[in-house]
Every structure is written in C-alpha cells, then in structure tokens.
Design a protein around this ligand. Structure first.
Ligand SMILES: *[C@@H]1O[C@H](CO)[C@@H](O)[C@H](O)[C@H]1NC(C)=O
Ligand SMILES: *[C@@H]1O[C@H](CO)[C@@H](O)[C@H](O)[C@H]1NC(C)=O
Ligand SMILES: *[C@@H]1O[C@H](CO)[C@@H](O)[C@H](O)[C@H]1NC(C)=O
Length: 352
C-alpha cells in the first residue's frame, strides 16, 4: 500500500487525501448521529422526553430562537447540515413525505423524541389525546424537527383529533424545519375535513415562498376536496413556484382532470404553466385528450411555444390521440366519414 502510494504522483496522493478526509468527516457525522439517537433513546426509556428533545435541540443548535422562517431559506444560510436537508426536502417534498405512523427509522430525524401526544394524534386515539391534554400536555409540543401533534393528526386524517388539539391551543400555522405546515400534511393525505378544520381556524391557505405548497400538493395528488377548500379560502390559484410551475400545470402533468377543471373554474390562468411550458404542453405530453379539451374550452393557445420552440401539438407523442385532438382543433385535418384522414386546404396550404 505505502510504497505504491509513494511511487504515484503528488496529484494522486493529494486526491486520495481529499477522499480520506471526506470519508472521515462522513464517519464522524455518522458516529454523532448514532450517539445522539442512543442518548435520546436512553432519556426516553427513562421517561424524560423533554430532556431528550432539549439535548438534541442544543446539539443541532436550532433552539426556538433560530427556527428558520424559510422565506429566507434560499439565501444567507450558514452551512450546517439541517439547513441543507431542508432545502433538499423542499425540492422533492412530494416524494419524501410518507406517513410517519410506523415509528422507528421512518420518521425524519430522530424518532425518539415523539411525545405520547404525537402517538395519540397519529393513531387517532381521541380519548387518549383528550386525557393527555387534560393532564397538562402542551398541545404544541414539538419534536426535534418541529413536528407538532397537529401535523401528525392531519397527516393521518384524524379530523376529530385535529379539532381537539386546536381547541387546546395548537398552532395551526406551525412549520417543521422542512417548512411543512399541518395544512400541507392534510392536502398530502387527501384529508378534506382536516383541510377545512385548519382553514376555519385561521390557517394561512398559502405557503411562504420556498416552503412546500399545499395547493401544489393537492393538485399533484388529485386531492379534489382539499383543492376545493383551499380555493374557497382564498389560496392563489396561479401561485407560481419557479421549479414546479403553477398548480394548473402540476394538475395537467399529473393527468388530473378533476383538479384541472376545478382550478380553471376557480379562475386559474389557462396559459400559465412552468416557464414557457404551458398547461396545454403538459397535457399534450401526457396524451390526455380530456384535459386538452377542457383547456381548449377555456381558451388555451394552441400556438404557444415552449423553450424548445415547440407547439403543444409537437409535444404530443406521435400518432397519439392527443396529437389528433390538437390537429382536429387546428382545423387542419378532419376525419372523413370513412375513417380516413385527409388534409383540408387551409390558409397555410393556399399561400404556400
Ligand atoms: C396564521 O397565519 C396567518 C397569516 O400569517 C394569520 O393571518 C393567522 O392569523 C394565523 N393564524 C393563527 C391562528 O395564528
Ligand atoms: C404514424 O403513422 C404514420 C402513418 O399513418 C406512420 O408512417 C408512422 O410510422 C407512425 N409513427 C409512429 C411513431 O407510429
Ligand atoms: C378517404 O375517404 C374518401 C371519401 O370521403 C375516399 O374518396 C378516399 O378514397 C379515402 N381515402 C383513402 C386513402 O382511403
């Protein structure tokens, strides 16, 4: 090993040192994480969850004072691991957000600091929840990641638990370190009742910039009940998130006919998509004739060009029914009574 390294050039040695340092850093981080989990577990076994949370919070250095308000999350952040994770999660939050009920290792961050109130809310045990609250449990008790019992109740679609928590003073606008609100969780889980309960109790219908957006989540997952409630309570139907686009675009790219219809009925701009990509481009790509028809009905422009300067009809898969629908709409072709396709001489043909 050593003679081999010696015989190599300085550059190689230099690089292997770099790799070694990276590996060492990784090991140290892993070690810290494991020790922290063991430590918090120890405290939980001893029945002292608060102490566990406090230790972990001190360790990670985001006590109540530094809770990221995530509007500023893309700028001026010091380079510490939790913030980085937050940014990554904001990018693909739909994929990563899963029910946390199945305990150990599945929930993000440390699993050990969930209170009995979190458990009761997650499992929808209303009686246990009420008992705990009457025993003086704080309805807003957070985990290390600032997940509150209300987050859990909404993610598991337990509206009665959510009501009980709100009645006991739970903050409807609480955000986790990933910027997730209970409203987002309700939309993610497709819980129309929880969505309504939250909105009725003053939850803000719209996320801050750079935070996971409830209306996008509802649109992407086809949560029509949640979407309806959000629109009713004044969420911006044209809320444009740069890397995601508008809710309408998300609905079209997810082939959600009902959501598309609901958004358009709610006054969404039929042309606004993601950058130059219009909702019609998305529907054409997905070969969704029903959505294409709805969009055309609302006046979508069939000549809009995307970044590749393609029109929607050119984004459709070749010989697809989407292509046919769009061509039909353009009036360039018609299906003859015998089912064959023939070109109608239109302006283009006449002038060329
Ligand atoms: C939640 O946030 C919104 C907007 O910031 C605010 O208007 C509302 O009062 C807040 N609700 C509660 C219960 O704090
Ligand atoms: C589309 O249809 C034409 C004739 O109708 C055929 O020549 C062509 O190969 C088809 N393309 C695809 C990708 O199926
Ligand atoms: C298409 O239909 C017309 C009648 O509308 C017929 O005259 C023509 O021969 C058909 N063409 C083909 C290629 O089948």
């Amino acid at each position: 090993m050593t003679p081999n390294v010696d015989s190599q050039s300085f550059g190689t040695v230099h690089y292997s040192n770099v790799y070694l340092s990276i590996f060492a850093l990784f090991c140290v981080k892993l070690f810290v994480k494991i020790s922290l989990n063991i430590l918090t577990h120890f405290y939980v076994v001893k029945g002292n969850r608060k102490e566990a949370a406090r230790i972990a919070e001190e360790f990670y250095d985001f006590g109540q004072g530094h809770i990221p308000s995530a509007e500023s999350s893309s700028e001026q952040q010091p380079e510490n691991t939790p913030r980085k994770r937050t940014l990554e999660n904001t990018d693909d939050y739909t994929a990563k957000r899963k029910p946390r009920c199945w305990g150990i290792l599945t929930s993000q961050g440390s699993w050990a600091d969930r209170s009995p109130l979190h458990e009761a809310a997650c499992q929808g045990r209303l009686l246990a929840l009420r008992t705990l609250l009457s025993q003086g449990y704080n309805a807003n008790i957070p985990t290390i990641d600032h997940v509150t019992p209300l987050h859990e109740a909404c993610l598991s679609d337990h509206a009665s638990c959510a009501k009980a928590l709100i009645a006991a003073g739970a903050n409807v606008n609480a955000t986790t370190i990933d910027g997730v609100t209970p409203l987002f969780n309700a939309c993610s889980a497709g819980s129309a009742t929880c969505t309504e309960v939250l909105l009725e109790n003053g939850a803000k219908p719209q996320s801050e910039i750079c935070q996971p957006s409830p209306i996008h989540e509802a649109s992407s997952k086809g949560r029509i009940g949640c979407l309806e409630a959000l629109i009713t309570w004044g969420a911006d139907v044209d809320y444009d998130i740069p890397h995601l686009g508008t809710p309408l675009y998300i609905a079209c790219i997810s082939s959600g006919l009902q959501c598309t219809q609901k958004l358009l009925d709610g006054g969404a701009n039929v042309q606004k998509g993601r950058f130059l990509e219009s909702p019609l481009h998305a529907a054409a790509q997905k070969d969704c004739t029903e959505i294409i028809n709805v969009l055309l009905e609302f006046g979508a422009n069939i000549n809009a060009k995307n970044l590749e300067l393609k029109r929607p009809v050119e984004s459709a898969p070749p010989n697809s029914s989407a292509e046919e629908t769009l061509l039909l709409h353009e009036g360039k072709i018609m299906l003859s009574s015998h089912g064959n396709i023939s070109l109608i001489p239109d302006q283009f043909v006449l002038y060329s």
